[in-house]
Design a protein around this ligand. Structure first.
Ligand SMILES: [Zn+2]
Length: 134
């Protein structure tokens, strides 16, 4: 049976799934083996199994940033007529010369509209370059 991955054993069906195909290597149930493999593959695709530590690290990083933000650790700069603050969570707060402001520019406008506004408004362009958007 060398070189054959599985064989049939009708006398001893798998107690778990009643399958009769066995792996040659260790005589375990071939169907259960495949199902375990698929479950692991699905978990990997979902990013669950292999990157637990990275998920935890990024979660801790987010908590740290939220704490820093609550403590007011933003960086505020003025570019011409526009004042902007970069917050640790990535939020970009912008105060426009006409008195309006937004606590989160990325959520306030679609990316294309922001880009178009920046083309018309050099001060805004400088803000966005400073914030690393462009
Ligand atoms: Zn089985």
């Amino acid at each position: 049976m060398a070189g054959i991955a599985s064989y049939l054993d009708f006398d001893r069906p798998c107690p778990a799934c009643e399958g009769v195909r066995r792996r040659t290597r260790d005589r375990s149930c071939y169907t259960c083996h495949l199902r375990r493999g698929q479950a692991n593959f699905a978990r990997m695709k979902a990013g669950v199994a292999p990157i637990v530590t990275r998920n935890r690290a990024s979660h801790l990083d987010l908590l740290r940033r939220q704490k820093a933000e609550r403590e007011g650790q933003g960086i505020t700069r003025t570019f011409g007529t526009i004042t902007a603050t970069r917050w640790p969570t990535g939020r970009l707060e912008v105060h426009f010369p006409n008195g309006t402001s937004t606590p989160d520019l990325a959520k306030a406008m679609p990316a294309k509209a922001i880009w178009q506004a920046a083309q018309r408004t050099p001060d805004l362009w400088e803000v966005l370059v400073w914030a690393g958007w462009y």
